[in-house]
Structure formats: C-alpha cells, structure tokens
Ligand binder design. Structure first.
Ligand code: BMX
Length: 295
C-alpha cells in the first residue's frame, strides 16, 4: 500500500535535477544535483541520477518525470537550446521505464508545477504558473484542466520589442531569465552567476539592481499580456529567479500604474521549488489509477 501511493518524481531543468519520493504534497526524501549540461546527454544524466537513488528502489509504485523542453509521445526535445541543449526526440519514457522498472509518465516542468500549485497551492480558480529560472516556463490550468503540449511556453515568445531588447528573432527568455541576468553581468563581473548578481544587488550595487529591474520589467509586461490572454484568477510565480528575494516585488512595482481590472494578481508558488515534483507525482498517480480502472 505505502509503495503504491509513493511516487518517484524527477524534475530536470536547465540548471538542476531534483529527484524526490513524493506522497500527496509531501516530499518524503529528495536529492538535488546540478544538471551535468557538459557531460554527455540525457541517457548519461538519467543513468547518473538513478545510480544515486538506487536505495529508493522498491519504495515507489510509479514514476513521473518533469522536464525542461517538450515531450511528444514519450520523446523529449529542447525548444530553446540556450536553456538546455541535447539531440531531439530522446526516448525519455522508455529510458526511465527501463531504469525504474515501473510505469512512467512525463510532462513539461512548468506545466507539472502549474498542476502542483493547482492541486496543493494557494491559488483558487484558473491559474497561470510562470517559472523564471534558466528559461521562462509556463503552465495553464483553466476550468480544472491542465493545458499541455506547447501551451505556456511564454519564454519562447518572439517579435515583441521588449523594451529595447530588440524585436529580433530571439526568444523572450533570452532577455529575461537567469541566463540573461548572468550574461548581463559579464562586463562588471566576468563569470558571475545570477545568484552573484542578486547578492551584489542586495549589497546595493547599482549595475546589479539595473539588470534585475530590466528583467522584472519584461516579466511585468509578460504578466499583463497573460492577463489579457487568459484572465486567470492568479499568476503563480516560481523558479530560482522568480522566488529570489525581492524579485516578485520588483515585478509588482512595475504593475502599480495598471488599471485594477487589467492588473494581474501575482502570488509566490506555495510549493516553492517542490512544485514540479509534487505536480508530476500527482499526474503519475492519476495515470496509474486510471490504468488500474481500465484493467
Ligand atoms: C524553456 C523551455 C521550456 C521550459 C522553460 C523553463 C527548453 C529546453 N525549455 O522555455 O520547455 O519549461 O525553458 O525551463 O526549451 P527551466 O530549465 O528554466 O526550468
């Protein structure tokens, strides 16, 4: 009984991989490691991860994998190679099924997080989840249904001259996300990470505050457009940058002048960085239950 309700949940993003044993919204055990972007590809990343959680074998009844990028028919592909690069159509479900020995499902990381916040978060009603992290991901839950496929890939929006970011063919996230913040600091601090920029900003460095404000201003514009597109009750902000101290307040400061009826209501992800694993675990359990019913 215990194992059956326990799910092995993986959240593989552009910067980190989180593995967790999940029951409901509870993370019973977890392991976080950097995504070894420069080491081989998905097959090696998953082998290395499963080697480190070998001791969890037998403790879970099914697996859920949330990944950056898109999963079509169990095949995993990146959409923005700057966020994470690997060859298209990696046989994700087959590989995870073989490594775990149990049934597996897979979904986009931000969509899984949106479902986690919908099921266990603060947000009532229709929500849009926005993760500002290595890239910018999004998940949409309307009338209790999670939108899948490309739905919510806000980080890949093009053509809008985001405030001088240049209406060229690059993706919005390349002008906003963690990668952008780190790259923008190169002049002042070669090799700085986005964390370093937030630390410098907290110490009052003007250049660092300027970079973060530019990022937050572009996310504020995105939130206004999301409000006009889906009119959600809440926009839930998550991700390493989205949850960084003061970042959401900077976005809200850019929305002060927006008329009440057009103003997006932003909330922090209640599940924090667990949103993805909790969401995919719930989807995996639903899938297992449905399959049992069918039999
Ligand atoms: C990119 C895209 C999305 C993802 C988002 C956040 C890739 C590899 N990923 O827009 O699928 O949801 O980044 O990803 O094309 P994260 O790695 O920052 O969590």
């Amino acid at each position: 009984m215990r194992e059956a309700q326990t799910v092995l949940a993986l959240d593989i993003g552009g910067t980190k991989m989180l593995a967790a044993l999940v029951r409901g919204e509870t993370v019973v055990d977890s392991l976080k490691v950097p995504t070894p972007r420069d080491m081989g590809g998905p097959a090696q990343w998953l082998e290395a991860l499963f080697a480190q959680i070998e001791h969890w074998k037998g403790a879970y009844g099914c697996v859920g994998v949330a990944v950056t990028g898109i999963v079509d028919d169990g095949l995993w592909s990146p959409l923005n190679r700057r966020t994470l690069d690997f060859p298209d159509r990696f046989p994700l479900l087959e590989t995870v099924g073989a490594l775990s020995g149990v049934s597996a499902i897979a979904a986009n990381d931000a969509q899984a997080a949106a479902w986690g916040e919908y099921r266990f978060g603060e947000a009532e009603g229709n929500l849009v989840f926005l993760t500002v992290s290595t890239g910018i991901g999004g998940g949409i839950v309307i009338d209790g249904r999670l939108r899948t496929g490309l739905a919510g890939h806000f980080g890949l929006l093009r053509g809008q001259d985001f405030e001088g970011a240049g209406g060229d063919d690059s993706a919005l996230e390349d002008h906003v996300s963690g990668n952008f913040i780190a790259a923008s600091a190169a002049a002042q601090r070669p090799g700085a990470t986005s964390h370093d920029v937030f630390d410098a900003a907290a110490r009052g460095a003007v250049w660092a505050n300027d970079i973060i404000d530019r990022s937050a201003r572009r996310v504020a514009i995105l939130c206004r457009n999301i409000q006009l597109t889906f009119d959600p009750d809440r926009i839930v902000i998550g991700g390493g940058i989205g949850l960084a101290p003061g970042y959401r307040a900077r976005i809200e400061a850019q929305l002060d002048h927006v008329p009440e009826r057009l103003k997006p209501q932003l909330v922090a992800a209640r599940l924090g960085e667990r949103a993805g694993v909790v969401g995919i675990a719930d989807l995996a359990l639903q899938n297992t239950t449905q399959n049992q019913v069918k039999q």
